[in-house]
Design a protein around this ligand. Structure first.
Ligand code: ADP
Ligand code: MG
Length: 396
């Protein structure tokens, strides 16, 4: 179902509540990476350029106790936002109360206000994370329209997304949210074919839902990463000391049978005696010998995967092909990035925190159509689940 976006509502003279994702990394009160603030700018600018009053809020880190609040204020974020926008941004150091209400009521069209970390409401009874109805209602009462632009929390029903929307206030998607729905959502609901999914990462258990959902949707599923060896074990192969989830071997067997030749497993591995970049590596076709562990896909597999990707029109990639953090085991992930980069005319999507980090770190970020910003949220979307934060946005 198509969702309403910020372009479908009138913002002039309106108090526009915007749930952004300002969950940035902070060290000693200093922002170490402002990507998420930069990513929120199109929506914020659109609100102020169209005569709205932008009331922004977000969670930042985990806050369970009074002590957790230290270093989790959104104040430095509001300051950085002011620099990026080139205009003053009002920061209100509370999540409710007269100071906030007065500041909101004094706003003029085009003004920007940020209020304090929504999770400060979790100290006294998990009001934000527990989607406390009274809190959602209170925040909704501060505005006329609600724009949800925080995809990263869309898989959670919190007061600052679902709670506000449930009050019946007009609720629309911001530009970031719209992009995620378009690329990640459409890849699994209406992909251009052939549709190839590449799944890797450490564990089968993290990706069961994704594999199961994509078995019926994708034309091919390429498996790499640590989960390879649970599949190898299911096939009765030797895996040495490779990562394995014994309790998932039976499931892997089932998946192999269900998927038939859609499922393509690695044919060779780069192995080592230890989980380390400082020991010699070996290359093995098929079985991993005793004393060795598989830490990356090998060159024959890279070629096999590149061939399987030829002609693909939609590619979803979730999970690195090896321990890319160590240079000895990064070649598989690089190889797959290269194969995807070489595709003409394909929509290519990365969904997954570490896969996104890998593509960025290895220099392939601009080769993909879309890199999802929400690890958990994109995973659940790929699993075919309904995300509460998305469901709460008004349909077109
Ligand atoms: P994503 O965040 O993209 O969903 P995951 O969190 O599932 O990805 O997996 C990423 C991790 O998997 C990386 O830290 C990587 O080092 C690890 N990994 C990949 N291949 C292997 C392997 N063969 N053995 C052990 N760990 C692996
Ligand atoms: Mg991860």
């Amino acid at each position: 179902m198509a969702k309403k976006t910020i372009k479908d509502v009138d913002l002039k003279d309106k108090k526009v509540l915007v749930r952004v994702d300002f969950n940035v990394p902070l060290k000693d009160g200093v922002i170490t990476n402002d990507n998420r603030i930069v990513a929120a700018l199109p929506t914020i600018k659109y609100v102020i350029e169209n005569g709205g009053k932008a009331i922004l809020f977000s969670h930042l880190g985990r806050v369970k106790t009074e002590e957790d609040k230290a270093g989790k204020s959104l104040k430095p974020v509001a300051e950085r936002l002011g620099e990026l926008l080139g205009k003053p941004v009002t920061f209100v150091p509370e999540t409710r109360g007269t100071e906030l209400e007065t500041a909101v009521n004094n706003m003029k069209d085009g003004d920007v206000l940020v209020f304090e970390n929504t999770r400060f409401e979790d100290i006294d009874g998990k009001k934000e994370s527990g989607n406390d109805a009274e809190l959602g209602k209170y925040w909704a009462s501060l505005g006329d329209v609600f724009v949800n632009d925080a995809f990263g929390t869309a898989h959670r029903a919190h007061a600052s997304n679902v709670g506000i929307a449930s009050t019946g206030i007009p609720t629309v998607a911001g530009f970031l949210m719209e992009k995620e729905i378009k690329f990640v959502g459409e890849a699994v609901t209406a992909p251009k074919r052939p549709f190839v999914a590449i799944l890797g990462g450490a564990k089968v258990s993290d990706k069961i839902g994704v594999i199961e959902n994509l078995i019926s949707k994708a034309d091919k599923i390429l498996i790499g990463g640590g989960m390879t060896y649970t599949f190898y074990k299911a096939k009765g192969m030797n895996i040495g000391n490779s990562l394995v989830e014994e309790d998932k071997v039976a499931l892997a067997k089932e998946l192999i049978e269900k998927a038939g030749d859609k499922l393509i497993l690695p044919i060779d591995s780069i192995t080592a005696a230890e989980f380390s970049n400082d020991v010699p590596t070996e290359e093995h076709t098929g079985d991993v010998p005793d004393g060795q562990m598989g830490l990356d896909i090998g060159p024959e597999t890279i070629a096999l995967f590149a061939q399987a990707l030829e002609g693909a029109k939609t590619v979803v990639w979730n999970g690195p092909m090896g321990v890319f953090e160590m240079s000895n085991f990064a070649k598989g992930t690089i190889g797959v990035c290269e194969a995807i980069a070489n595709l003409a005319d394909a929509t290519t999507i990365i969904g997954g925190g570490d896969s996104a980090a890998a593509a960025i770190q290895l220099g392939f970020a601009d080769k993909f159509t879309h890199i999802s910003t929400g690890g958990g949220a994109s995973l659940e979307l790929l699993e075919g689940k309904e995300l509460p934060g998305l469901a709460a946005i008004n349909d077109k």
